[in-house]
Design a protein around this ligand. Structure first.
Ligand code: DGJ
Length: 337
């Protein structure tokens, strides 16, 4: 083979290597036994060369949190319930359901911690609690650590006087009982500090709260982001030293337009950058590709935005949307068609 042909072959191989990884970014649909994957509003975590997809198990009533394993994010094997709702009920002595679970790995203690939104059945999301469970095994079972409101008796770093009056009043009202926490996200910074991001103050505000070093509790250090803008489904990530947040609006299970925020510090001033969606179709921008964000994860150097395409008639039939996050010409992350 001539040197020229050899170089052309190398180039072709290089492109073939990068194309499949993009082509592989398909949202999950069926597991290896041809069953619909039921892992809503969760995330993907990589550990020891394997990917683990987890989320709300809505296949047959609310059962808790299901988990799937894959080596390539295409073929998923069901590994059972990581968190069983019966264990949550037993621990909290109530009749609960859980939403938006998030699993993080704690390097220092070499264990996994799961955070999740906890509500009492038929109580209209009034409880607004957050649950924490931990396990030595990524697949679980996770043992309950706590179910509670957040930041009880702690004042926000940026105060509760700036922002919408109603949101401020709720923050002051809940100072003694603990702040509400509905939709959640989690974020681990490069210095290993963990953060819980919650929809709080009756959905008016996003709170970012610092976790203790074992990630199972909060330190009481928190800020309020955009009090009074009514956003939920917070997804936080970091690119090239900058912090980003993507949120949805608050229209229940119906899709709406996402918002992107940027900050130089976790506890800094979060700046609103508008919609993160890039598409020729304005409907994609208005509806976030007909979905609501749940997480971002890295796969072969590519950042993937995971979202839920809720089926409002039958939540068990909800599907998933996965899209690439890439930097636009001004260096801001955008979610592409
Ligand atoms: C939208 C949230 O993002 C979901 O997680 C869920 O709590 C629904 N609201 C309930 O209406």
């Amino acid at each position: 083979m001539s040197l020229f042909r050899y170089k052309v072959l190398l180039l072709v191989l290089f492109f073939l290597r990068s194309i499949p990884s993009i082509a592989l970014v398909k949202p999950p649909e069926f597991d290896d036994s041809k069953k619909y994957i039921s892992a809503h509003a969760g995330g993907v975590i990589k550990f020891k060369g394997h990917y683990f997809l987890y989320g709300e198990n809505r296949s047959d009533h609310e059962q808790g949190v299901s988990i799937y394993q894959s080596s390539n994010i295409s073929n998923w094997k069901y590994k059972g319930l990581a968190l069983d709702i019966n264990d949550v009920n037993k621990f909290g002595k109530g009749d609960y359901f859980v939403e938006r679970p998030k699993i993080i790995y704690n390097k220092k203690y070499d264990d996994f911690v799961m955070w999740f939104h906890v509500e009492e059945k038929n109580q209209g999301y009034k409880a607004a609690l957050v649950g924490v469970a931990r396990s030595k095994n990524i697949l679980g079972p996770y043992s309950l650590v706590s179910i509670s409101r957040i930041n009880k008796l702690f004042r926000p770093i940026n105060g509760n006087l700036v922002g919408e009056r109603k949101a401020n009043l709720i923050n002051r009202r809940d100072f003694a009982s603990g702040q509400m926490s509905r939709d959640i996200g989690v974020f681990i910074d490069d210095d290993d500090k963990g953060y819980l991001i919650s929809t709080t103050e009756d959905n008016a505000t996003i709170a970012i709260s610092q976790m203790g070093d074992d990630y199972t509790s909060l330190t009481g250090k928190y800020i309020r982001v955009q009090p009074g803008r009514y956003e939920e489904a917070p997804v936080m990530f970091k690119i090239q030293g900058k912090y980003y947040l993507i949120t949805s609006g608050t229209t229940g299970w119906k899709p709406n337009g996402a918002t992107l925020y940027e900050s130089n510090k976790v506890f800094g001033a979060w700046k609103r950058l508008g919609s993160p969606i890039i598409s020729k179709d304005p409907h994609d921008i208005k509806t976030t590709f007909h979905s609501q964000g749940s997480n971002v994860f890295k796969y072969n150097g590519i950042l993937i935005f995971m979202a839920d395409n809720w089926n409002t008639n039958n939540l068990a039939k909800s599907r998933y949307i996965w899209k690439l996050v890439q930097l636009d010409s001004s260096g801001k992350p955008r979610i592409y068609e």
